[in-house]
Ligand binder design. Sequence first.
Ligand SMILES: Cc1ncc(COP(=O)(O)O)c(C=O)c1O
Ligand SMILES: C[C@@H](O)[C@H](N)C(=O)O
Length: 358
Amino acid sequence: MVTKMVDLRSDTVTKPTEAMRAAMANAEVDDDVLGYDPSALRLETEMAKITGKEAGLFVPSGTMGNLISVLVHCNIRGSEVILGNNSHIHIYENGGISTIGGVHPRTVKNNEDGTMDIDLIEAAIRDPRGEIVYPTTRLICLENSQANCGGRCLSVEYTDKVGELAKKHGLKLHIDGARIFNASVALGVPVSRLVQDADSVSVCLSKGLGAPVGSVIVGSKSFIAKARILRKTLGGGMRQVGILCAAALVAVQENVSKLEDDHKKAKILAEGLNQIKGLRLNVAAVETNIIYFDVVEGAKITAETLCKNLEQHGILVMQESPISIRLVLHHQISASDVQYTLSCLKQALAGVREDTGI
Ligand SMILES: Cc1ncc(COP(=O)(O)O)c(C=O)c1O
Ligand SMILES: C[C@@H](O)[C@H](N)C(=O)O
């Protein structure tokens, strides 16, 4: 009988803390579509201040935050956005920028470190002289930290270079900052400096910060005014949303300081995984709270079987491919959970044949 649950599927799985529940129960609320919900206004003001932008807008999800941002910047038919081939917007958002917004994606290969080569981004920008045949490039999207590359952090120097490139070509820059706080903590750079050149940022409160719901888009006042209208168009306008914003405010106030511990636990887990025969990963690539590892050919177990084995021991993980598994740390994973996970993995891989050369 499983006596312990260790949920490493994602940092989206956290449950609201008692402080969040109390804040929700006592939240000051009003009609947010009419622009009067005091808790929403407080959260939006706080997020604008933290990110160094003029204004913010609470949205139900990071997916909607990215969609609204892209559609505001690319509001003319035939617009094209340059984004990573391994980006969340391109892979996990149902192609919403195209299916809903009619925006054409132009992907550039994400490097292992989450970046896209600057020269390849520039080469992807359409030549205006070809406008009779080409879409028109209007936006560049970055993702920091870059989830599918293993939670890798984009440096402030790199982000500034992309910002300069966007300005040089009259383009806008959006940052999918679902985990921008993780990047800020890992790099030791304030969020406001990391996103300084961005025209818009979508920040998830429901990931490492542990809020039950929501994201905040930040940008200029005029950008946010357009985003507010589009949020309503998409059905994201909510009434007494202060109930959710009150929990999100607690998350911002109480959980940013816990992110460093998430990263430390991820590193300890990665180093432990690296000692287990049959598993392969790059420990140096673990910069924040996300770990990807492979179950190598020749190990006596497949990734699928290993996930089932772990589940039988109360450990939930995400299988990402026939051989790779993702683990995501968050503030509700303890140091003993990390050790328990390692002991279950060691047990599952015990007896890997020496001749596998792994
Ligand atoms: C990098 C990144 N961007 C955006 C999202 C979308 O957020 P949501 O799940 O709230 O739609 C996620 C994950 O959920 C993500 O990992
Ligand atoms: C899978 C993806 O959509 C989600 N953002 C996660 O990282 O869990």
